[in-house]
Structure formats: C-alpha cells, structure tokens
Design a protein around this ligand. Structure first.
Ligand code: ZN
Length: 190
C-alpha cells in the first residue's frame, strides 16, 4: 500500500532528477508530480494504483521511460493509466492540445482524476509562477485550454472539481490584475 506509492515517488524522483519546471523559479520537476498526488490524496483518492500513476504520469512523456519498463515495475494497470494521460510527442503541439480536449470524456475515472490534479498544478504554476517569456495573453489562453480539457473530466470527484474551479478562478483573477502577484516563495518571511 503505502510502500508501493512511495516506490513510485522514488522512481519518479530518479527519472525526473535532472529536470526543472518551466516556471521562472525553475523548481525541480518532481515537485510537480508530488503536488499532483498530494491534491488527489487530500480529496479522498486512496486507490494506490491511481496514486502511483499520478506520481508516474509524466515519466513516459518527459523522461527516458518506456511503457515496457513501467509495466514491468508497476504492472499493466498503472502503466495503462499513465499511457492514457501521455501525449503522442510525434504530433505537433497544437494537435496534441486539441486531442487532449477531444479524448478527455473517454478517459477512465483514474485518468480523469490524474488530469484534474495535473491541471490544478499547472494552472497554479502558469498563474503564479509562469515560464519566462509567457505574456498575459498566452497565460490566459493556457488557462482557457485547461477549462476545455477539464470539461470532459467532470463527474468523478466533486471536491476535486470544485478545487480546480477555485484555482482557475483565482488564476484568472490574478491575470486580470484583481489579485496581487504571488510572493516568490510562500515560506519566505524575511
Ligand atoms: Zn504533469
């Protein structure tokens, strides 16, 4: 149970070890997958297979990890959930984004939960800690795109969906200038 989930956390930390997030603070990539699994657990998701897949959700898309390796180490169910949320990188980016919208409603419940957690983390990053060079228009377009993807992922966890709505609304408000910019680090009080 818990050790299976932690094994996935350790695997993800190794696979993403040299990667940084695109945001201006360039935080370690693994922070993102930990944020995703934490938000799912906080909203009552307790299936270890779903939590493992949440931790591993970017390994095939963004690291040198194959479907075969994930299947061997974590089993076909976890690997299957990860595949459901993995974009085909041989396609152009705009096509991949369009396919995420089109495929969302046909995903398994597990994959919808992971999408919700992933978009919550990404919306927060793009509104509070955007990649350098992303202007307001691009950040707003990103938030709108997640809204379209998540429209297809509803009906699986009302609390998590309400949390996404809150994060999206406060992100939009921040971009509209209604909220002050986030402090660089919430833990820095100097
Ligand atoms: Zn992700």
């Amino acid at each position: 149970m818990i050790h299976e989930v932690l094994r996935a956390a350790s695997f993800a930390a190794r696979k993403h070890a040299t990667q940084k997030r695109k945001g201006r603070d360039a935080s370690p990539y693994v922070n993102h997958v930990l944020e995703v699994v934490e938000v799912l657990a906080r909203h009552g998701v307790d299936d270890p297979l779903v939590l493992q897949a949440a931790l591993l959700h970017d390994t095939i898309e963004d690291t040198e990890t194959s479907l075969e390796e994930l299947t061997e180490v974590f089993g076909p169910e976890v690997a299957g959930f990860v595949m459901e949320v993995t974009d085909d990188k041989s396609l152009p980016k705009d096509v991949r984004k369009e396919l995420q919208i089109r495929h969302a409603s046909g995903l398994s419940v597990a994959a919808k939960l992971i999408k919700l957690g992933d978009k919550i983390s990404n919306v927060r990053d793009v509104s509070e800690n955007p990649p350098p060079g992303w202007d307001l228009e691009r950040r707003r377009a990103y938030l709108e795109w997640t809204r379209a993807v998540i429209a297809g992922c509803r009906g699986v966890n009302p609390g998590l969906e309400a949390h996404y709505d809150e994060v999206l609304a406060s992100g939009m408000a921040r971009l509209d200038g209604a909220l002050p910019p986030a402090p660089r680090s919430p833990h820095f009080h100097g």
